[in-house]
Ligand binder design. Structure first.
Ligand SMILES: C[S@@+](CC[C@H](N)C(=O)[O-])C[C@H]1O[C@@H](n2cnc3c(N)ncnc32)[C@H](O)[C@@H]1O
Length: 389
């Protein structure tokens, strides 16, 4: 991760600017601060750690833009503007990252009302991108949506699209289980899930579940397909069991079949002579339209002193949603606070910062999806902001 370790010295008062960046404010929690930073395309935090006689300035995980070059530049500009004396840093390395945000990288809300006349196919967890690139080149008349949570894989795919002049891929940096919940019903022709995260890794990271299958069926057109390919017999059997419990739909099973393109993972498993299972589900349902859900509105008049006084690291649990208040960062001079939160569905929580400033409440990253567990969690946060307990 980009960082710069430098000797302590005076820092310009906020806000200040350098090149493309505006450094808007700093908020502190003991020996750690957040610096709110913006350029034309992105808003994010840098994290400043007090190491007694030096500071470490680094990328902040939750708000980090997908394009790491932007964070490197933000740290470099901060260091240069303040004339800081560097002890060590990795921001001046010459790695060839994309400088500008790619037009093919989309924010999650872009997909809320997404519908195009062309056929749409989705790949969940594209990893090295070999399969999605192959499909997009072979079928230029279709639109492909690639969903990943691993930022270096996303950067790599965007770079390949640019180098190879591929324009029919859209990339999204988000949990696929959440994205599926906001896509319109009956709009997708194919969903590929190839070699999902191994079965034995943390169960909450498992993509397939009954709820996931329900969402796949909802977004697939009649005759649309879900293609699961895995080296894990457990994963295969579990997915099959769910599909067998459905009333409608057809499926096809295969073992050790070859595809036109082999992914990095597949190459590895083949070398180890592991079995590879294919489970294809062909949807036969026309699903109901997605119910339109209204976003929770926050009352602007929040008593910041009250929130500061009562704040503690705590979790509020509902039946199938939660809110965890983790940390509070304060800037008393500016009369602002930033709260680090996670909330939503227990298995696929959202991680955000809530910024309370100038009688406004905003979130970073800013998109909050109107899915049921998020809305319940936001109502809980709203109550918390206003009740005096
Ligand atoms: C085992 S790798 C397989 C990659 C690729 N499909 C292949 O065959 O080489 C699983 C990939 O899924 C991604 N992933 C895991 N959970 C995800 C989720 N909830 N949403 C989107 N991508 C996810 C991981 O980051 C990882 O790149």
């Amino acid at each position: 991760m980009p960082n710069a370790h430098f000797l302590k010295s005076d820092i310009c008062s906020f806000p200040f600017e350098k090149e493309d960046f505006t450094y808007i404010f700093k908020a502190d929690d003991k020996k750690e601060s957040l610096i709110f930073c913006k350029n034309k395309e992105e808003s994010f935090f840098l994290q400043l750690i007090d190491k007694d006689d030096s500071y470490l300035l680094k990328s902040e995980k939750i708000t980090r833009p997908t394009n790491i070059k932007i964070v490197q530049d933000a740290i470099r500009c901060f260091v240069e503007k303040n004339g800081l004396k560097i002890i060590s840093s990795n921001i001046f390395s010459k790695k060839n990252h994309l400088k500008k945000r790619s037009p093919f990288l989309k924010d999650i809300l872009y997909f809320k009302d997404f519908e195009v006349a062309r056929e749409v196919e989705i790949e969940i967890g594209f990893g090295s991108g070999r399969h999605i690139l192959h499909q997009a080149k072979k079928q230029p008349h279709k639109t492909f949506i690639g969903i990943e949570i691993h930022k270096p894989s996303i950067e790599q795919l965007l770079k390949q699209c640019e180098l190879q002049g591929i324009t029919n891929i859209m990339v999204i940096d988000y949990d696929a289980r959440i994205l599926l919940q906001i896509l319109k019903s009956n709009t997708v022709s194919k969903i590929y899930l190839h070699f999902p995260v191994p079965w034995d890794k943390k169960p909450h990271r498992r993509v397939v579940s009954r709820a996931f299958m329900d969402e796949c069926i909802r977004v697939l057109k009649p005759n649309g397909r879900l293609e699961i390919r895995t080296d894990s017999e457990n994963y295969f059997r579990y997915s099959l069991e769910i599909l067998l419990s459905l009333k409608k739909g057809e499926f096809k099973i295969n073992k050790n079949s070859s595809l036109e393109i082999s992914s990095k993972y597949e190459d590895r498993w083949r070398k180890m002579e592991k079995n590879i299972y294919d489970l294809h589900f062909i949807n036969q349902e026309l699903s109901k339209p997605l119910q339109d859900r209204k976003m929770v509105e926050f009352d602007k008049r929040v008593d910041l002193e009250l929130v500061k006084r009562k704040f503690s690291n705590k979790t509020i649990r509902g039946d199938d949603y939660f809110v965890h208040f983790e940390k509070i960062y304060k800037n008393d001079e500016e009369n602002l606070i930033v709260i680090k939160l996670s909330f939503g569905d227990y298995k696929m929580s959202e991680h955000k910062y809530m910024i309370l400033r100038d009688n406004t409440i905003s979130f970073l990253p800013k998109e909050i999806l109107p899915i049921r567990q998020n809305l319940l969690a936001l109502e809980t946060i709203k109550e918390y902001m206003h009740e005096s307990k």
